[in-house]
Design a protein around this ligand. Sequence first.
Ligand SMILES: [Zn+2]
Length: 238
Amino acid sequence: METQILCANYDADNTYFDDKQSKDIFKSNVYAHQDVKSALVRIQNHKCCFCESKVTHISDGDVEHFRPKAEWSKENDNGTKTKKKPGYYFLAYEWNNLMLSCQMCNQRIKGNNFPLVNETARANVTHNYNVEAELPVFINPTLEDPELHITFYEETPQGITYRGRKTIEYLQLDRLALNEVRKEKLKDLFTLRNVVNSIVDIDSREKAVDILLRRLHEIIEKNDQYVNMVKANFSDFL
Ligand SMILES: [Zn+2]
């Protein structure tokens, strides 16, 4: 219903979005309704869609629009920015465009930034435009497996693909605060692995491996924060 109104407004006047503030167009009490938020919290296990941090420890999280609703921007090779309106207004209330995110990733870092691998696919963004033709630079964790694009060396994320490298760069997934908290997460696991590697006696070593494996599977089954980092670092045990 809300989407139909926006599309009709655009059809009547294609400058409709140009001079309006986002808050005057989009209803946050609809796209960020508590029911929507609660469902996203449950589906994403309280984790930010980009940095994998548990957001609900410190806030109730943001409802992030993967494709920005009000306007989109991208950085050009020469350092300038292209910013355009309208944004993806027709996806403002679409379930598959909504994700739970931490404030840092959503408000401070990503904002309206939405680069494409194939920029030529994006001429005018309107509701008649086929978003399927786009290949976003950002990995969409609801549609794709981030592990195919990003791995970790200890606590540091590393891009396996172009999109993985750019996602890390644009979303600052290697920022100091994140690296520090991920390092902390690995500390006990690395200690346990050192113990395993130092045991010569086969039976004792097997017991220690069991303990390590139990801990790793617990993290994976709980879909705990930074699980992809843990899996990447212990792939030889898993
Ligand atoms: Zn985040």
